[in-house]
Design a protein around this ligand. Structure first.
Ligand SMILES: Nc1nc2c(ncn2[C@@H]2O[C@H](COP(=O)(O)OP(=O)(O)OP(=O)(O)O)[C@@H](O)[C@H]2O)c(=O)[nH]1
Ligand SMILES: [Mg+2]
Length: 227
């Protein structure tokens, strides 16, 4: 298993996150231009480090997906808000052929873990997604797992905050079976970049609205690539 960890200045969180990678799995830390030594820390802790010059959550995730080689690829934020060890049952579901994409539904462990406006925004988004794709999800969390080749065949284009939503929308359009698992969500280590800032929240809303407005795209279905 490969776990893609998008990383922008997460020196404080990295040791905790990498310590929780399940044994035998590979951590791919995608350094998105950190200036706090994140890349060296990750390398020192045994992770594979990929550098992505283009800023953006989606750019980092996609660089990790491109660098991955394992059959199943997982994604996890690198800010210690989520536990990569929680990915184990996700992978089991996929291996068993019971789901094609498994998402973590975030359950806040404390009031500070998930600001109210972010929670409300996420719920609204899940409702819009239901209207758009008929999919009944309660969150659009960043902890997820799917097979690598089908993921690549979705040909995701968003490179900012719309990436995780575009993944779900296109997977739903392609008829994937999408499952949701409860996972604990803790306050991030270090300073908030998206949900705790107006600019980050505004950009996320814009990126996601754009994704929801896209007409359905035929995935580049190749023989043997569909899950
Ligand atoms: N925001 C942002 N995050 C990036 C970028 N590149 C990589 N990341 C990483 O993507 C993960 C998710 O970003 P976060 O900043 O935690 O976004 P969030 O969880 O929505 O909001 P906060 O935790 O409140 O900042 C983190 O591990 C970041 O370090 C980027 O260009 N922008
Ligand atoms: Mg975070």
């Amino acid at each position: 298993m490969d776990v893609v960890l998008p990383c922008l200045d997460e020196a404080e969180a990295l040791p905790r996150v990498l310590d929780r990678i399940p044994p035998g799995w590979r951590a791919i830390v995608v350094d998105n231009g950190s200036t706090d030594g994140s890349a060296d820390i990750a390398r020192g802790l045994g992770a594979s480090v990929v550098r992505e010059a283009r800023r953006g959550f989606g750019a980092a995730c996609h660089a990790g997906l491109t660098a991955a080689t394992a059959d199943i690829v997982c994604f996890c934020d690198c800010d210690a808000s989520l536990d990569p060890a929680d990915l184990v049952p996700f992978v089991e579901r996929i291996r068993a052929g019971e789901a094609d994409l498994v998402l973590g539904r975030r359950r806040a462990q404390s009031l500070g873990a998930w600001p109210l406006h972010a929670r409300a925004g996420n719920l609204a988004l899940a409702r819009l997604l239901r209207r758009r794709s008929g999919l009944r999800l309660r969150d659009l969390g960043p902890l997820r797992a799917a097979r690598r080749e089908p993921l690549l065949s979705l040909a995701l284009t968003d490179r900012r905050s719309g990436y995780p939503l575009q993944m779900v929308v296109r997977a739903a359009d392609a008829g994937w079976r999408i499952a949701e698992y409860d996972v604990p969500y803790r306050p991030r280590a270090g300073a908030s970049k998206v949900t705790g800032t107006w600019r980050g929240t505004w950009q996320a809303v814009r990126d996601m609205s754009r994704v929801l407005a896209e007409p359905p795209v035929e995935p580049q279905v190749r023989e043997g690539v569909r899950p």
